[in-house]
Ligand binder design. Structure first.
Ligand code: AMP
Ligand code: GLY
Length: 426
């Protein structure tokens, strides 16, 4: 079968790498792909937002399965268009993807169905926002969130009333995020540690992936602005069997079941970003896609066939396929452009890739790279994901950091403390 992967990040390289190993994959395409996906797939110069172009390509090439990486094509209705043309596609429909595309929808959905999440109110005018903030009902810090997609930048933790009001004004009056900030969510600040809980859903049943822990802040010690993710480890050191079962029972199962009941059958990856508080797990957000960079360490641990799993979900029988995972931990360190996530330069030559890859057990996934004139150049903020999976976490991170020391491009930076977590809960 021919398989098409939509997207161009580290997540898509990891998916393409794993899919290319499947006995069912005759030929793998990636649109538009990056400098790394070309090593395991054929890159096709179609933008991830060119829904009609992608569907035409899939029809013409008789693609047997299309796998969508990023959220934007999902919320634009890629899956709806493919299904209309009877093309097999893995991902949620536009209506189901609203769980990620609208924070107001997601929060009200959770409230309706008593899925544990932080207390919140919605404001659609600056006056209303000021009233909610003046009441002080959420205390400080308070979290202000733009309703729509804002590439991870639409969530602001505000330590003071002034900062909260200014942030609400930027979103509702100055339209910093355009239509995405027409409504905002004002939410209580939750204390705890974060876990990414990710499952493959066929609309009714789910296959959980191994858990992961993302490191969102730009700099060591969780300092600096939030990014898309500077590294991840799997499993999450916070996860216990009890917590795992609690999340399945109180978050994942009700979410999938209620979405189905509300006419938004969720097929694809459901990703719950959780805060593990003293009072138990609380949902910070839902995503309707694989995580980036969580996918990179997860794919290193997946021993069974990814294509079989995704096809089982598409054919609405996700439990027919037995998923097997390596018990070994895995990790990923993101090597980023200097200045990411704010201002950074592109077009820097990357050296030492072969040397990094030569560290036994290391896999380097590309994110913001392209291959031109026999050289790799940077094209984005997150450039590489250096990954390994060894017998223990310390050994895994040691391998990864040895490889990170071998790659170079001007102004590159990476966190030195990925995986350096206290194993509080075993
Ligand atoms: P979200 O896109 O809603 O997951 O928010 C992005 C990040 O902001 C999360 O991963 C958390 O680090 C942080 N965050 C969001 N909501 C809250 C909250 N209610 N309390 C504390 N931190 C939060
Ligand atoms: N790493 C966070 C995300 O994929 O949303």
């Amino acid at each position: 079968m021919k398989i098409l992967i939509v997207g161009s990040g580290g997540r898509e390289h990891a998916l393409a790498w794993k899919i290319a190993q499947s006995p069912r994959a005759e030929k793998v395409y990636c649109a538009p792909g990056n400098g790394g996906t070309r090593l395991v797939a054929e890159n096709i110069p179609l933008a991830e937002t060119d829904i009609a172009g992608l569907a035409d390509f899939a029809e013409r090439e008789r693609i047997g399965l299309t796998v969508v990486g990023p959220e934007v094509p999902l919320t634009m209705g890629l899956v709806d268009e493919f299904e209309k043309r009877r093309l097999a596609v893995f991902g949620p429909s536009k209506k189901a993807a609203e769980i990620e595309a609208s924070k107001v929808f997601a929060k009200e959905f959770m409230e309706r169905h008593r899925i544990p999440t932080g207390r919140f109110k919605v404001a659609d005018s600056f006056d209303q926002a000021k009233k909610i903030l003046a009441s002080g009902e959420f205390g400080y810090p308070v979290v202000v969130k733009a309703d729509g997609l804002a590439a991870g930048k639409g969530v602001v933790v505000c330590p003071t009333p002034k900062k909260a009001e200014d942030t609400a004004g930027e979103m509702l009056v100055q339209k910093k995020f355009g239509a995405a900030g027409r409504r905002i969510v004002i939410e209580e600040f939750l204390r705890g540690r974060e876990v990414s809980f990710i499952v493959v859903s066929d609309g009714l049943r789910v296959q959980p992936l191994v858990t992961a822990m993302d490191h969102k802040a730009a700099y060591d010690g969780d300092k600096g602005p939030n990014t898309g993710g500077m590294g991840a480890i799997s499993p999450s050191p916070l996860m216990t069997e009890k917590l795992f079962n609690e999340v399945l029972a109180t978050v994942i199962t009700p979410a999938v079941t209620r979405l189905l009941e509300e006419g938004r059958k969720f097929k694809g990856v459901l990703y719950a970003g959780l805060m593990i508080t003293e009072a138990g797990p609380r949902v910070l957000e839902f995503n309707g896609r694989f995580g980036d960079p969580e996918t990179q360490p997860q794919m290193l641990r997946l021993e069974s066939d990814l294509v079989e799993l995704l096809m089982a979900a598409v054919e609405e029988d996700v439990l027919r396929h037995e998923v097997r995972w390596s018990p070994k931990p895995s990790g990923c360190v993101v090597v980023a452009s200097g200045g990411y996530p704010v201002h950074y330069e592109k077009g820097k030559a990357i050296t030492g890739l072969a040397e990094a890859q030569a560290v036994p057990g290391v896999t380097v996934f590309h994110a913001g790279t392209k291959f031109v004139n026999d050289a790799y150049l940077t094209t984005g903020g997150r450039v590489l994901g250096v990954c390994a999976s060894e017998n223990d976490l310390a050994g895994t991170m040691g391998k990864i950091y040895e490889a990170c020391g071998r790659v170079y491009f001007e102004a590159m930076h990476y966190r030195r403390d990925i995986g350096a977590v206290k194993e509080e809960r075993g």
